[in-house]
Write a protein that binds this ligand. Structure first.
Ligand code: NAD
Length: 411
């Protein structure tokens, strides 16, 4: 376990404690809200030629106070227990903030997803599902995609779950549209990020039309955030993925490059390194790849006025403080990227009702609920004279604490 990761869960809990103090919660309750309900660590033997490689998998269930636990599964070589705990906890606060009837969870497998064949990926997710089936289910804990996993991975998960437990499509979200998925879910996180970027610019009396945007990440979140930013009139001047970044001050035509799997294959005159994208002069910076990418090492070089957190925990605690001192407006992950779990909620309810919505209804509901959460955070931030991250935690922690006490869990 690295120091960078061991601090990720502590950093979330520092915000929980701060919010708890603002709300006047008792220390014992704050401590309960800072502890995960259940943590399962599994081994996943993966066939490699005529030998076996043993991978480690995780599911951490942080809270069920407000409903079944909900959270993605990440396939990435840096996944460890502390990171999964931090992400599970963030899911609790995110679902509470946007007021959907879920708790928080997260899963992962420590493996480099880019080096896996499709067959290996399928083997891993089926084994992960078999080992964890006793704690999963549409009213227990509902996984979804995250870094390194996608709709296809969720289809394999659902299929394995069905073999063991029978038909229950709401056991997982982020499925392919042709297999109980919801039209709109795939774009939901990125769309929400772009809508929040536009709302933030408007709130600060800035023009959305022509505002310059730089985005780190060209995966699920980054590419849809870029596309919708462009549709809303913003100018995406820089975008990067693991292979590096491209820059065009006149604006990159995102719709034209959207179908490229990697930016490596996109023709561009101006290429930069994957990390340099964060230091570009722009109005809005959207980190939409990894955690901890804005840290003490590069915070002094950040030039954006607004940072909209597409990724989870992209800014370290110390860098967050420094940026706020410099007057940078930061919209926190639990608000900015909550469109994903909002979309998952819509998919889950449609599966349970066995009724499907047209995409227009999905988008309308998503946009209006995101706006509601944004306005609520702004009001609380004004009321307590705190930044948006603190305000978002005050709303979320207040809701979970109230549910926890109503359930009588303290007696
Ligand atoms: P993804 O796997 O689809 O895409 C990740 C992107 O990051 C890829 O373009 C990859 O090339 C890029 N990347 C990886 N390492 C990089 C590096 N060192 N420098 C620059 N780019 C790099 O993942 P995703 O689903 O888009 O998730 C991205 C982030 O958003 C994660 O933090 C995830 O937790 C968060 N998130 C995702 C969702 C969702 O619905 N998918 C919802 C909420 C939050």
């Amino acid at each position: 376990m690295t120091n960078a990761h061991s601090s990720a869960f502590q950093e979330v809990n520092q915000k929980v404690s701060q919010a708890g103090e603002i709300l006047g919660l008792k220390p014992g309750l704050i401590s309960a809200l800072s502890t995960c309900e259940r943590e399962v660590v599994i081994s996943i033997p993966l066939r490699r030629g005529d030998d076996v490689e043993v991978l480690t998998g995780y599911r951490v269930q942080h809270s069920s106070a407000r409903g079944p636990r909900k959270g993605g599964i990440r396939f990435h070589q840096d996944v460890d227990l502390d990171e999964v705990r931090a992400l599970a906890s963030l899911m609790t606060w995110k679902t509470a903030l946007i007021d959907v009837p879920f708790g928080g969870a997260k899963g992962g497998v420590a493996v480099n997803a880019s080096l896996l064949t499709n067959i290996e990926k399928e083997e891993i997710i089926r084994r992960w599902t078999r080992s964890l089936v006793h704690v999963l289910g549409h009213h227990r804990d509902i996984p979804a995609p995250d870094m390194g996993t996608d709709a296809k991975t969720m289809a394999w998960l659902m299929d394995e779950f069905h073999r063991l437990e029978g038909f229950q499509p709401a056991c997982v979200t982020g499925k392919p549209v042709e297999l109980f998925g919801a039209p709109g879910r795939e774009e939901a996180t990125g769309r929400g990020v772009a809508m929040i970027a536009a709302a933030t610019l408007k709130k600060h009396k800035m023009k959305v039309e022509g505002a310059t945007v730089a985005i780190q990440g060209f995966g699920n979140v980054g590419r849809y955030a870029a596309l919708v930013c462009q549709e809303l009139g913003m100018k995406v001047i820089a975008i990067s993925d693991v292979s590096g970044g491209i820059v065009n001050n006149k604006g990159i035509d995102i719709a034209a490059i959207f179908s490229h799997k990697s930016l490596e294959t996109v023709e561009a005159d101006n290429r930069v390194g994957a990390a340099e994208i964060l230091e570009i002069q722009c109005d809005v910076l959207i980190p939409a790849a990894l955690g901890g990418v804005i840290n003490e090492g590069n915070v002094a070089k950040i030039k954006a006025e607004f940072i909209i957190e597409g990724a989870n925990q992209p800014i370290t605690f110390a860098a967050d403080k420094e940026l706020r001192t410099q007057g940078v407006v930061i919209v926190p992950d639990i608000l900015a990227n909550s469109g994903g779990v909002m979309g998952s909620y819509f998919e889950w309810t449609q599966n349970i009702q066995e009724f499907s919505w047209p995409i227009e209804k999905f988008r309308k509901e998503l946009d209006s609920r995101m706006e509601l959460a944004f306005t609520n955070v702004l009001e609380v931030s004004k009321k307590h004279s705190v930044d948006m991250r603190t305000a978002a935690f005050v709303v979320a922690v207040g809701r979970v604490a109230h549910a926890f006490e109503l359930r009588g869990s303290l007696v």
